[in-house]
Design a protein around this ligand. Sequence first.
Ligand code: 5GP
Length: 201
Amino acid sequence: MNKGLLVVISGPSGAGKGTIYSKVIERTGMKRSVSVTTRKPRPGEVEGVNYFFRTEEQYQQMIAEDAFLETAAVYHNYYGTPKAPVFENLEKGFDVLFEVDIHGVKSIKKKYPEAVAIFVMTPDFETLSDRLRGRGTESEDSLKIRLGAAKRELGSYEMFDYIVFNDEVERAIQDVIDIVNAEKRRIKNNLPQIKHLLGKE
Ligand code: 5GP
């Protein structure tokens, strides 16, 4: 059986990667990775669905137990990917989709160079700023910080394999699905099946 594909979506907050992430999961049946965070839940967010919300003490305990694939501090809170469910899914042949910040991409790429990294961006910074304002959850200070971070994140483009411009969300979702499908058809991701067909295994 072919091993599952590990796909990482990242990009600035406000670029729409959260929506794209959920829709791609919904439409493809890819496995999601629910992150752990010390951030407080936003209205409507559900424990175990959006995140596992934990105290800083609980989070430090998980770090001590080596429970994370990667962990990063983003805007004064911790975010991390629990390790065990990811490996289990990949071994079973399920594709796993992550949504992480730029540091997360870096550590995942370092540990798993075969991970496919997709950067989601708005067509320009004005659109990004408008979307963040429209969300109504950011103070002006936090908005400035997030816009500055967005420029730096785009500057790390070389660590990504693909970029998806989210000017029209339906097309952006389809772009991500197309990328995943193309990656799944790479020869190197089908070697067990090819060898089986050739009677070599
Ligand atoms: P938010 O607080 O808006 O949900 O997320 C803030 C940032 O944390 C986003 O850029 C998001 O991609 C990132 N993030 C969410 N989960 C993880 C994770 O498990 N690891 C890392 N490194 N970043 C994450």
